[in-house]
Ligand binder design. Structure first.
Ligand code: G4P
Length: 197
């Protein structure tokens, strides 16, 4: 997505060869107009797939996932990073470990919101090692739902997330794919919306 790549080039900062800071429009301050365009781009690609729910993990995935759900006309379900007392026993959980942050959390879903009839689109901001998306897939399997695809804003293609997910038969649709980065230089691969319809 040219617009997203341009914003990454103009406002993003490679803080190392592995970490991209995009706090001014994705992770801290959020650009709602960009998120709307991102939502419409995901929706255009996944529209004919019979999607019944969009899911994401709190917190940075919520803005683009909400706009995608709105464009598809389906609910958004937010997977929590810790259990809530109000869920009682009515929840599924799986541990997700973040290599980037060196932390683990209990990804949690109340059983009421995803069923075996659901075709689910997973949306997230970054795809690095694929641990967050794999955790989502584990929870969706516990609900016997169908994973319809994974949409991400920024894929760090030099990390193994895409291979891990496509190797399990899942489609990854990334709007910006970073081949490599270093201070003041970010190199892209062609994004999926530029190479597919
Ligand atoms: P993975 O799920 O693909 O394996 O990624 P990983 O565990 O390595 O990353 C975990 C967290 O770090 C995620 O946020 C992810 O969005 C974020 N992250 C990974 N690489 C980058 C990067 O290059 N830049 C930025 N800005 N974030 C990155 P999170 O912990 O879920 O945080 P949030 O959603 O609450 O913001």
């Amino acid at each position: 997505m040219k617009l997203l790549e341009e914003r990454i080039l103009s406002e993003g900062k490679a803080v190392s060869e592995e970490i991209l800071k995009v706090d001014s429009f994705i992770n801290h301050q959020v650009d709602p107009v960009l998120m709307q365009q991102i939502g419409e781009t995901f929706a255009a690609h996944f529209r004919e797939r019979g999607i019944t729910k969009v899911v994401t993990i709190e917190s940075s995935g919520i803005a683009p996932a909400q706009m995608t759900a709105l464009a598809l006309g389906v609910p958004l379900v937010i997977f929590k990073k810790q259990p809530s007392k109000v869920f009682g026993d009515n929840m599924d959980q799986t541990i997700v470990t973040s290599f980037t942050k060196g932390t683990s959390y209990e990804l949690t879903l109340a059983k009421d919101f995803i069923s075996q009839d659901d075709h689910v689109l997973i949306i997230d901001d970054f795809l690095a090692n694929g641990e967050a998306a794999t955790g989502c897939i584990r929870l969706l399997r516990l609900s016997h739902a169908t994973v319809a695809g994974i949409g991400v804003l920024v894929e760090k293609s030099f990390q193994p997330g895409r291979q891990k997910l496509t190797g399990q038969g899942h489609e990854v649709y990334a709007l910006a794919r970073i081949k490599a980065m270093e201070k003041d230089h970010i190199e892209f691969l062609p994004a999926d919306d530029e190479t597919q319809s």
